[in-house]
Ligand binder design. Structure first.
Ligand SMILES: [Zn+2]
Ligand SMILES: [Zn+2]
Length: 433
């Protein structure tokens, strides 16, 4: 071929393209609002976008250069993932590096760590509003878990005025903050979708809703400050507490009535309040958190002595706890709660239940165990019936055929069920392939 023309040459100006991010970038939900997504929820969605399980995603894509010991430590600390622990900031920086995002600080409470102590801050297990989850899915919006639902002091969804749920509606399992099989909106154990269109009998009280709104309002102020780059100092809160406690007798009395009896001791020792107590402190004075930190003189001191339900020093209602335990023993639901389920609902420890009601606790554990045993027997019987029925129809009970009728194609992954299958095959004279 003869080339008769000499084509013109093109010269491109040198372009400075930004470095591509190491992994796929998705934006956190509701970034600059109080409904901001939690860090654990963001990691789950990020992992899902990469078609990976969350822990494998973290290991392979985010924390590639970390030692096994560090990873193990991290995995064990996931229940505090949205709180104020130091390791959270390290993990956040790694995620930011990998996604080339720089605005993930408000997905945890780390930026507020100097304002309150870490006790009574973050729930040990997940909590969610099934109506919110359902709504987001129906509107084809991303389904996520807002940070505010992780706060121990928040018991309800402000939007739907219902109590947040803490156990899977199908298998009653509690949900870890971040688990190998975590997927936002789905049960980590039985994979059931946990959103619901309607829910009966879980209405929140007016006190709980007002309290949640108060927290939401104050968090909004705090997150705005963190966005602006404000770094809160521990001394700011201690000085504010001292100012209000010593400046006015009326304030002092009202604080004492609201349950703040050891404030003076805390001021001397330089100790911080818990998050719910700090919020209650503000509420007594009728001040928002930024007014409190700026030591604004209160004009309207609220008498909240009848709203003390959220204060730490409130006496536990042992009658109510006993009633709940008795109710759960007598319940005719097909799912019996574990002691852990009950303790999460009552916001107390399992040890407290065992210490105060040893008899009732033993009964609950026994009932749960019996129920689990009978469920196990039923499953085994169902599997055996399926295998025998296929044999009767002169079909070989293969894994696929059994799985189709049994309703679980992966039944053989459970050692117990695989054993039953093999045993039934031997009984029927088949050779195990
Ligand atoms: Zn809701
Ligand atoms: Zn479940």
């Amino acid at each position: 071929m003869n080339i008769k023309f000499i084509f013109e040459t093109w010269s491109f100006p040198e372009r400075n393209l930004p470095e591509p991010s190491r992994i796929f970038q998705i934006s956190p939900c509701e970034l600059h609002s109080t409904y901001v997504e939690s860090f654990s929820s963001y990691i789950c969605r990020l992992a899902e976008a990469h078609m990976m399980l969350p822990t494998i995603f973290l290991r392979r894509c985010i924390l590639k250069n970390f030692s096994e010991e560090t990873l193990l430590y991290l995995y064990r600390s996931f229940n505090r993932l949205n709180g104020t622990a130091e390791y959270i900031d390290m993990l956040r920086k790694e995620v930011e590096k990998a996604t080339e995002l720089s605005n993930l600080q408000n997905l945890t409470l780390f930026g507020l760590k100097n304002l309150f102590n870490f006790q009574q801050l973050i729930k040990r297990y997940g909590a969610w509003c099934p109506l919110c989850l359902h709504e987001w899915r129906e509107l084809s919006q991303p389904v996520y878990i807002p940070l505010i639902w992780h706060l121990q002091t928040i018991q309800c969804c402000v939007k739907h005025a219902i109590l947040l749920q803490t156990a899977c509606p199908k298998c009653n399992s509690l949900q870890h903050i971040l688990h190998r099989y975590s997927r936002v909106g789905y049960c980590e154990r039985c994979k059931t979708w946990m959103g619901q269109e309607f829910i009966n009998g879980h209405n929140a009280s007016l006190e709980q809703i007002n309290w949640a709104q108060w927290i939401k309002h104050n968090l909004n102020i705090l997150f705005r400050e963190v966005d602006k780059g404000t770094e809160f100092q521990r001394q700011q809160v201690i000085s504010a507490m001292e100012y209000y406690y010593t400046s006015d007798k009326k304030i002092k009395n009202e604080l004492k009535l609201a349950g703040f009896k050891d404030i003076q001791e805390k001021i001397i020792k330089g100790q911080l309040l818990t998050f719910p107590n700090l919020m209650a402190f503000c509420k007594v004075l009728g001040l928002t958190i930024d007014d409190l930190l700026n030591q604004v003189q209160p004009t309207d001191i609220k008498e909240i002595t009848n709203e003390k339900f959220y204060l730490r020093r409130k006496k536990r209602d042992m009658g109510l706890i006993k009633q709940t335990l008795v109710l759960s023993i007598n319940s005719d639901k097909h799912l019996y709660p574990t002691l852990q389920n009950i303790s999460v609902d009552l916001n107390c420890s399992v040890n407290l239940l065992r210490r105060n009601f040893p008899g009732l606790c033993t009964e609950i554990v026994a009932k749960y165990k019996n129920n689990k045993d009978s469920e196990k027997k039923k499953t085994i019987q169902k599997l055996r019936n399926t295998i025998y029925e296929l044999h009767r129809q002169k079909k070989y009970p293969s894994r696929r055929k059994v799985g189709e009728i049994f309703g679980n194609m992966n039944f053989n992954r459970k050692p117990m069920l695989r054993e039953v299958w093999h045993q039934a095959l031997t009984e029927l004279g088949y050779e195990i392939k």
